[in-house]
Design a protein around this ligand. Sequence first.
Ligand SMILES: Nc1nc2c(ncn2[C@@H]2O[C@H](COP(=O)(O)OP(=O)(O)OP(=O)(O)O)[C@@H](O)[C@H]2O)c(=O)[nH]1
Ligand SMILES: [Mg+2]
Length: 426
Amino acid sequence: MENEMIEVIEQKAILVGMSTGSNKEINIESSMKELKELAQAAGATVIHEMIQNKQKVDVAFYIGKGKVEEIKILCDEMDANLVIFNDELSGAQIRNLEEAMDVTVIDRTILILDIFAHRAQSKEGKLQVELAQLQYRLPRLVGLGKSLSKTGAGIGARGPGEKKLELDRRHILSRIHDIKKELEEVKKNRQIQRKQRQKNEIPIVALVGYTNAGKSTLMNEFMKISGTIEEKKVYVKNMLFATLDTAHRKIALPTKEEFILIDTVGFVSKLPHALVEAFKATLEEAQDADLLLHVVDATNDDFNMQLEVTEKVLKELGIKEKNTILVFNKIDQIDDKILPLKEESIHLSALEGIGMGNLINLIKEKLFIHMNNVQMLLPYDQGQIVSYLCDKTKVQQREYREDGVYIKTCLGSVDYNKYKGYILEE
Ligand SMILES: Nc1nc2c(ncn2[C@@H]2O[C@H](COP(=O)(O)OP(=O)(O)OP(=O)(O)O)[C@@H](O)[C@H]2O)c(=O)[nH]1
Ligand SMILES: [Mg+2]
């Protein structure tokens, strides 16, 4: 009952952050600003924020006892019914805080998982989020109170008994097992589609980057250039995690070259580990990509941090050193002279369509321009590659030799990497 009630009544939230001085990587103020945006994306109204400076976190309450008292009074005064912590809490901390303050307590991870749970559209997306939620819940069963446990520990109520806990645990484990099996099936289907795309020999370009950077807007701009019908447009919103499911569209450039463009879910700092795991599958598609467009919101004061977070997550996902173009977006809002000048970077506005020509030229250079003069020897059982090369590249010489077909041609960088194994040393 309690859970249902919480959904209906307005969520007035107080945000709590902790600065331990040890985490220099992320500035606490910007991290709190982001937490506020996350809370809003989840539908809560933020009425107050506070930061505690403390050397060490408290094992029982995360923050100091005095702060707990302070927040309790604030909640009463301001009529707040939700307290959101900027870091992951243990099950015991959540229980202790809820008991002491008599409001629902959640952490950044629960908040992010909640947004994903509400927005996921595809069957796979939904399954992945549920899996991440269960994996988060399992080690915290003892502690979880109002926010997550099915029983909902009321004021003064004790936690669920041992037997109930064991039942919950078993239930969760068996659900995790079922979801993993279902995801395996989905994965098989996706692999068939991936193979199909690879067979098509159309290069794949994936949009990656921090949430709200403008990936989906850029996808739509490419479709506009490509003359794709309006209905194919993807969802764009000034909100964190607008895109949760990947989308594929075929793009044809004015000069006729074609590629598949993939829009992906955005990243955020302190992305819950369970979610990184869950989205490995979705982002597998980016692994196939011949080229990544890493989109950065150049108007954001923290774009350097966002850029680093994205690179770190890509690394965790096993998307290794890929051919990447760094796209500094939203330059209609800033003076782009302040941006770092990097070799493989483009400044543009996806919304206004400014700078698209430069991006297209760089994509063409990376994907289509034939740059490498090569001599190749293809075994006779690789006839399909021979026909591909004859069709799509400028073959200068072809000989049928004893040990295979000798071909002298020019290869673009994608083909060059793909067929490296058949290239003869000079
Ligand atoms: N001013 C300006 N706003 C832009 C530009 N590109 C995107 N936006 C805005 O930025 C917001 C986020 O855009 P999206 O395309 O949804 O961003 P995204 O990277 O797909 O975000 P997620 O799907 O949440 O990861 C929207 O309000 C866009 O209108 C741009 O070039 N200039
Ligand atoms: Mg998007």
